[in-house]
Design a protein around this ligand. Structure first.
Ligand code: FAD
Length: 387
């Protein structure tokens, strides 16, 4: 039996960043188990990009990752423009107007995970097990025992960072409410003939939201959400036809569009766990909550989770790491915020799905009113920046 202070299951963005935060601020002995092989050095930008606000990028900076990205993997954005296909409503945000340097960074999520995993492997306090095959979790009075094909290990606290379909959450018998939006998010890299102006563009189409996330060299990453049937039809178009329909969905705002990567479609679901803890077990990131990507908040919420959990763990006595008191504090600091964001995403989704004439007028007026109100805009910017 091997003994650790904290075991983390899942070395995606959130699990890896948690391990590094803990190692940086404490002498805790940490083990990380990841089902997939370690990511290998990848010079090519990927389709999947996450828009990260200041809490998330603050965490990446804190653990020494933010300065390690090549320019094609991390791009700051200064403006956001939201408009509606079916009404006159428009919303524009600008960092400079709020005396900010930027609204956030667009970060290649594969490259980010790769850098985090490399740093974990080079950190002596962290023992990494890639291609792990976890068998069973047992919870006892003094902690959690995890059985793998190769043996067993024990810790006073085990953290589930293994994503929306968390194995560990199931083993701990924590129930999660699941909602399938019956939509897919089509993700791809594109190049546009007109400048993206370091602006995140979001258009609400009758078929679902379309986001254009600005990257270096006037490239952008798109997340185009549509119901399953329509998404399948869009995926079956050839590249030229797809670019034509993207151009017209953007109302020609960014000129001609060329694809710079393959298209990949992700099913869109939301999930929320009943509780974020049990004695000796904590849930973080998508294992605790996953939401519709329409405002790009999922990973931002996960980074807030690990910031809160790690600050409690590094100041705790080792004997209290998996205690109910500590884990209750963690849940209190995060569950309300996560559920409020999930509710907002569901409301926005419902609001923009409806094409009833009265709704359309209200939507257009509402957006124009929001655009004119500096105070509300400041609140929305805070939300968009993941603050
Ligand atoms: C189309 C799309 C666009 C998005 N855009 C944004 C955005 O702009 N901004 C934003 O903030 N968020 C965005 N998100 C959400 C964001 O991608 C997720 O919230 C985030 O990646 C969750 O990270 P995670 O580490 O919690 O989970 P995951 O990324 O799912 O990682 C879980 C890890 O656990 C491993 N694992 C799973 N099971 C096991 C097991 N049994 N044993 C060991 N390891 C296991 C997996 O291999 C994986 O490495 C988007 C999501 C989608 C679908």
């Amino acid at each position: 039996m091997k003994h650790y202070d904290v075991i983390i299951v899942g070395a995606g963005l959130i699990g890896s960043a948690l391990a590094l935060l803990l190692a940086k601020d404490s002498n805790l002995k940490i083990a990380v188990f990841e089902r997939s092989p370690q990511l290998e050095y990848n010079l090519h930008p990927n389709q999947r990009v996450v828009a990260l606000g200041s809490v998330a990028t603050g965490v990446l900076d804190d653990i020494g990752i933010l300065s390690k990205f090549g320019r094609e993997f991390c791009h700051s954005y200064e403006r956001m423009f939201v408009w509606d296909e079916n009404s006159e409503g428009e919303l524009a945000f600008c960092a400079a107007e709020q005396q900010l340097e930027r609204l956030g960074f667009m970060i290649d999520s594969v490259q980010c995970t790769l850098l985090l995993q490399q740093l974990m492997v080079a950190t002596p306090q962290i023992t990494c097990h890639f291609q792990s095959d976890l068998q069973r979790l047992q919870l006892g009075a003094d902690g959690a025992t995890l059985s793998t094909i190769g043996g067993a290990c024990h810790a006073p606290l085990i953290v589930a960072a293994d994503g929306a379909n968390s194995w560990l959450r199931g083993q701990a018998k924590i129930f999660a409410n699941h909602h399938d939006y019956q939509q897919q998010g089509i993700v791809a890299r594109i190049q546009t003939s007109d400048s993206h102006q370091d602006t995140a563009w979001q258009r609400f189409l009758s078929s679902g939201p379309l986001a254009i996330l600005p990257l270096a060299d006037n490239q952008s990453s798109i997340v185009w959400s549509a119901d399953n049937e329509r998404a399948a039809a869009m995926m079956s178009l050839d590249d030229e036809q797809f670019c034509e329909s993207l151009q017209s969905a953007l109302g020609q705002k960014l000129g001609d569009v060329t694809l710079r990567s393959k298209r990949v479609a992700f099913p869109l679901q939301s999930q929320k766990a009943d509780t974020y803890f049990k004695r000796h077990v904590a849930l973080v990131g998508d294992a605790a909550h996953s939401i519709h990507p329409l405002a790009g908040q999922g990973a931002n919420l996960g980074f807030k989770d690990i910031k809160s959990l790690s600050s409690l763990l590094v100041t705790s006595e080792k004997s209290a790491l998996g205690s109910l008191t500590l884990l209750q504090k963690y849940q209190r600091s995060r569950k309300g915020d996560n559920e409020q964001t999930d509710l907002m995403m569901s409301l926005l989704h419902t609001l923009y799905q409806s094409n009833m004439p009265l709704w359309l007028t209200a939507r257009g007026l509402g957006m124009s009113w929001l655009n004119a109100s500096e105070r509300i805009k400041r609140l929305l910017i805070k939300q968009a920046m993941g603050l």
